[in-house]
Design a protein around this ligand. Structure first.
Ligand SMILES: NC(=O)C1=CN([C@@H]2O[C@H](COP(=O)(O)OP(=O)(O)OC[C@H]3O[C@@H](n4cnc5c(N)ncnc54)[C@H](OP(=O)(O)O)[C@@H]3O)[C@@H](O)[C@H]2O)C=CC1
Ligand SMILES: O=C(O)CCC(=O)C(=O)O
Length: 411
């Protein structure tokens, strides 16, 4: 099932549990605006190359639309649509005053030079600048983008609209970025994992972890989990997969990965087949890379007792059913990885106030939001006698539906 069909399915299941009116259901499903732009840039060798860029703005009932921009070869309209919709539900689960959006460019950033990436980002911004804004739609980093990308968007946008730091989050600190945003998604994953394990009388310390993806989210999650005594036994990225059943030394792996641009070749672990990473022995599996990786092909082989969805939509609905029958507990993406957008919200608030918080305040507030979010999801699970994914979806859809009705329907 593709990402959009899977996301629509989860939304509809939640809508039925809530007994939503069919007109309201339809209006919540249809995106507010879908933007597709051609971005043509000169390459460093003088030749011209063209990439397709997307921004899908799904819903703004609860506030400005919010979500990352992804640079990846597999970016395509249905997936961007699904990711935008997931952002609407994620900001509602986190209870921050935003709607949802997502963007992306179908390109391989690893094959572009820094100056080509800068030109591409500036052309993309030129094409969408009149459709984003501090109180309209606020982009942020996702796969293949980071603080530097946000700095270029901020600079290009500001040429049209005057200096506007709050038009993007996940910026470099020197341009108004928030302390703690870089680590926020991984830190949120840690808080979410602690909240879930606590329900089962367990703690991070003493559990074994497998992590797919060692970029922003995966590497911070690995670092923070290992600092708390969790044993990270296997990790993968595009370069390969590695395993050490006694626990990988994460600070050494971080050093290796930054020096060699990947985990491959790390001496403190053995290489394994990257295809087996998700089915390695562990207590907790953390997918932190692409969507749809847990599916009916591998769900039966998964050994983990808990899955923490750090990536967006890593589990497709067929796998959800199989894993439920096996008794595997899944903490869904729209709660588990909401730490990133929550600290993006703190960054936006700091920019609007013109006042910078210290990192301790950011991390403490993030913990408050993640703890409250978990309780809110659990309460919905009790009310609707459902699993954590449906608990999170019913929580989110109910909040967005209430805002939509309160704002009124008249055209
Ligand atoms: N950044 C954020 O704040 C948030 C991100 N997310 C989600 O988390 C996930 C990861 O995002 P982020 O960490 O920001 O992205 P990054 O680009 O920083 O890292 C992505 C990681 O995934 C790896 N990867 C890509 N394809 C594969 C593959 N086929 N097998 C194994 N590893 C692979 C990359 O390897 P390599 O480095 O070798 O290319 C890299 O380690 C995405 O689903 C994203 O949507 C969710 C919430 C917030
Ligand atoms: O920080 C943000 O605004 C959005 C991050 C994001 O894209 C996500 O949570 O998937």
């Amino acid at each position: 099932m593709n990402a959009l069909a899977a996301t629509n399915r989860n939304f509809k299941l939640a809508s039925r549990l809530l007994g939503l009116d069919s007109k309201l259901e339809k209006s919540l499903l249809i995106p507010f605006r879908e933007i597709k732009v051609e971005c043509t840039i000169p390459k460093d060798d003088g030749s011209l190359v063209s990439y397709v860029g997307f921004r899908v703005q799904h819903d703004n009932a609860r506030g400005p639309m919010k979500g990352g921009i992804r640079y990846h070869p597999e970016v395509e309209p249905d997936e961007v649509n699904a990711l935008a919709q997931l952002m609407t539900w994620k900001t509602a689960v986190a209870n921050i005053p935003y709607g949802g959006a997502k963007g992306g460019i179908g390109c391989n950033p690893a094959e572009l030079s820094i100056s080509e990436l800068e030109r591409l980002t500036r052309v993309f911004t030129q094409k969408i600048h009149d459709l984003i804004g501090t109180h309209v739609d606020v982009p942020a980093p996702d796969m293949g983008t980071g603080p530097q990308t946000m700095a270029w968007i901020l600079d290009e946008y500001s040429k049209f609209h005057g200096y506007s730091p709050a038009v993007v989050t996940g910026k470099p600190i020197d341009l108004g970025g928030s302390l703690g945003r870089d680590a926020a998604t991984g830190r949120g994953v840690l808080f979410a994992t602690e909240a879930l394990l606590n329900e089962y009388g367990k703690s991070v310390s003493g559990q074994s972890f497998v992590i797919q993806g060692f970029g922003n989210v995966g590497s911070w999650a690995a670092q923070l989990i290992s600092e708390k005594g969790g044993k990270v036994v296997a990790v993968s990225d595009v370069t390969g997969a590695i395993k050490n059943s006694n626990g990988i030394d994460i600070p050494s792996l971080l050093k290796h990965s930054s020096e060699h641009k990947g985990v491959k070749g790390f001496r403190g672990a053995d290489p394994i087949d990257p295809k087996s990473i998700l089915v390695e022995d562990c207590d907790v599996l953390i997918p932190a890379a692409l969507g749809g990786v847990i599916n009916k092909e591998n769900a039966n082989e998964i050994k983990a007792k808990f899955i923490i969805e750090a990536a967006n939509h890593p589990t497709d609905p067929d796998a959800d059913e199989i894993l439920k029958k096996k008794g595997v507990v899944i903490l869904p993406d729209i709660y588990a990885n909401s730490g990133g957008v929550t600290v993006s919200y703190f960054e936006w608030v700091q920019n609007i106030q013109g006042f910078m918080w210290d990192e301790e305040k950011v991390n403490n507030e993030l913990k408050n939001y993640m703890t409250r979010g978990f309780k809110d999801v659990k309460d919905m699970c009790k009310t609707h006698e459902c699993d954590l994914r449906m608990g999170a979806f019913t929580l989110a859809v109910n909040r967005v539906a209430r805002a939509t009705v309160l704002r009124g329907w008249e055209a």
